[in-house]
Design a protein around this ligand. Structure first.
Ligand code: NAG
Ligand code: NAG
Ligand code: NAG
Ligand code: NAG
Ligand code: NAG
Ligand code: NAG
Ligand code: NAG
Length: 479
């Protein structure tokens, strides 16, 4: 792997990848199939930039664009001249600062990151506003509960749109809510704009190198309260630098995880993706070896486990070929340092004699830090957020029914969808835009996903072959 990464041409290291929004993970169909429903894909990510001051509306927007030659364009303000910064310089810069700068016990710099992919797609029924305003809701609720972390939204504009930015009004909302927008490069062709690829884009949070820890959340995750404690415990070493959450059906949720940004890790992860794609695309159908998966067999008692306590010994869980498998592989076998939260237990994985090693299992560590009363019996952090999967997406509800609910019930009796709408209205009111922003995207019907349905194994293989044809340079040149 090391050799591979040294040989890797910089042009190829273009931040592959994006966010996943497996909606409805709970009801996913069979193992090794991708969710049928990625809804409006969302995506995104990346790069931080100088400190940002929360609560300072109207200024300090950072629009960062990753341009084709691995530089970032960085703007403090839309009127400012663009500054291009070479990625490699920025990486070494930031590592230096971190080593000299931050004493262990000081507070780290934290961010939440979201991904919105396929934005502004022209496909019928592909409105991205549900995802975009969900990020506004999440950011607003975190800050209502005194979160001090930054919020970053990675946006990838659909190849089907000629636009390069979100519409002015949406940009204004994000700006006033102090959500940093980072534009990812567009794909060069619609054939690359597929669910499988988008899911991989979320790993770009590794490039947010001005932060000590980043908590990635799918945009349909609605925090109930201040989740900063997860980032703090990771920074303080109670949890490892990588934190992964097991779910009912898989050992690693692609919708909630913490990584410690590190530019060279991002490049290494990119080359891992390329290497595994290159290896599996020549395999017989289903173009996947569930014994070795991303590159490591489960052996000598090694296992994976779901939050229900079911163990497995093969790379065969839902989403294993994309984000949910790569996350597990990357944190446990490459980094060999991860806290995997499995219901009330926390498995602490490290390494011993160069091999992955379970150091211990902690119990009850998060109990005192949990920020909500949550549903009874549910462990933190599960109880501290709601995953608005599938039909529970509030913008698939009937707006007037939700409004009726808000009018007639006390706050603590609101359903998740009603609370979401309440928070959205409260967020817009807090920035004086309540009457300007249309909520006509909240409709009583489920619409198509911007990126269509998600590919099965055959489609995944076709996509990978297309990536191979262009030498894994699947992004459009910018400008
Ligand atoms: C990188 O791209 C930017 C913007 O397109 C351009 O101004 C700059 O000269 C390029 N830098 C290199 C090293 O090619
Ligand atoms: C980034 O990760 C590399 C290993 O991939 C490590 O050598 C380096 O120390 C890390 N940098 C920082 C700032 O942690
Ligand atoms: C947030 O901070 C304010 C001011 O310190 C405090 O009054 C309030 O109770 C805090 N809110 C929460 C949810 O902790
Ligand atoms: C994008 O621009 C091309 C060329 O100008 C034009 O043919 C096409 O209709 C435009 N697409 C959209 C969605 O506006
Ligand atoms: C893909 O794998 C083949 C061998 O199977 C190797 O020759 C080739 O260099 C690899 N390509 C990349 C981009 O790694
Ligand atoms: C988590 O643990 C609690 C208490 O032991 C149990 O009631 C619950 O069913 C578990 N959750 C899952 C998803 O297994
Ligand atoms: C929402 O519900 C109201 C009342 O139940 C109904 O009149 C309206 O047609 C519904 N709207 C949509 C978009 O389904």
């Amino acid at each position: 792997m090391a050799r591979q990464w040294l040989n890797f041409r910089p042009q190829q290291l273009k931040l592959n990848g994006l966010s996943n929004n497996w909606t409805n993970r709970q009801q996913r169909p069979k193992r090794l199939r991708f969710g049928r429903e990625c809804s409006l894909v969302c995506f995104f990510v990346f790069v931080s930039l100088y400190g940002s001051v929360l609560w300072k509306h109207h200024q300090h927007v950072k629009i960062v664009q990753v341009v084709e030659n691995d530089t970032f364009e960085l703007k403090q303000n839309s009127n400012d001249p663009t500054v291009s910064v070479n990625v490699v310089d920025r990486i070494s810069d930031s590592s230096k600062k971190r080593q000299e700068g931050t004493p262990k016990n000081s507070r780290g710099k934290f961010a939440y990151a979201f991904l919105l992919g396929g934005a502004m797609s022209t496909k019928p029924g592909s409105d991205h506003r549900g995802g975009l305003f969900s990020v506004a809701v999440a950011a607003h609720n975190l800050r209502r509960h005194n979160s001090t972390a930054d919020v970053v939204l990675m946006v990838q504009i659909s190849t089907l749109s000629n636009a390069t930015r979100l519409p002015q009004q949406q940009t204004e909302v994000l700006q006033r809510l102090n959500i940093d927008v980072i534009y990812l490069p567009k794909y060069a062709d619609p054939k690359f704009e597929k669910f499988y690829n988008l899911m991989l884009e979320k790993f770009r949070i590794l490039g947010l190198i001005n932060y000590d820890r980043v908590l990635y959340l799918d945009y349909d995750v609605m925090p109930r309260c201040n989740l900063d404690y997860v980032l703090e415990l990771s920074y303080q070493g109670v949890l490892k630098e990588n934190v992964v959450l097991a779910n009912l059906l898989e050992p690693s949720s692609g919708g909630f995880f913490v990584l410690a940004p590190n530019g060279s890790d991002l490049l290494r992860l990119q080359s891992t993706i390329m290497e595994v794609e290159n290896r599996t695309m020549h395999m017989k159908f289903p173009h996947w070896d569930s014994a070795t998966g991303w590159g490591q067999a489960f052996e000598n008692g090694d296992y994976w486990i779901t939050s229900k306590g079911e163990k497995g010994y093969e790379w065969d869980w839902y989403g294993v070929q994309t984000d949910q498998g790569l996350l597990y592989y990357w944190t446990k076998y490459i980094q060999r340092s991860v806290s995997i939260i499995v219901n009330h237990s926390i498995e602490q994985w490290g390494s011993k004699d160069g091999r992955v090693w379970q150091e211990r299992i902690d119990e009850g560590v998060l109990q005192q830090r949990s920020c909500s009363a949550g549903p009874k019996g549910k462990a933190p952090p599960y109880r501290d957020f709601v995953h608005l999967t599938g039909r529970k997406k509030p913008w698939h509800s009937n707006l007037s029914t939700l409004e009726q609910g808000i009018r007639s019930k006390p706050m603590e009796k609101l359903s998740s969808e009603e609370l979401w709408l309440w928070l959205l209205k409260d967020a817009l009111a807090s920035i004086g835009m309540e009457s300007e922003v249309s909520l006509d995207f909240i409709k009583g019907e489920v619409e198509n996903a911007a990126l269509g349905t998600t590919p099965g194994n055959r489609q995944r293989n076709m996509l990978i072959k297309n990536k191979a044809k262009v030498g894994w340079n699947q992004y459009q040149h910018n400008g």
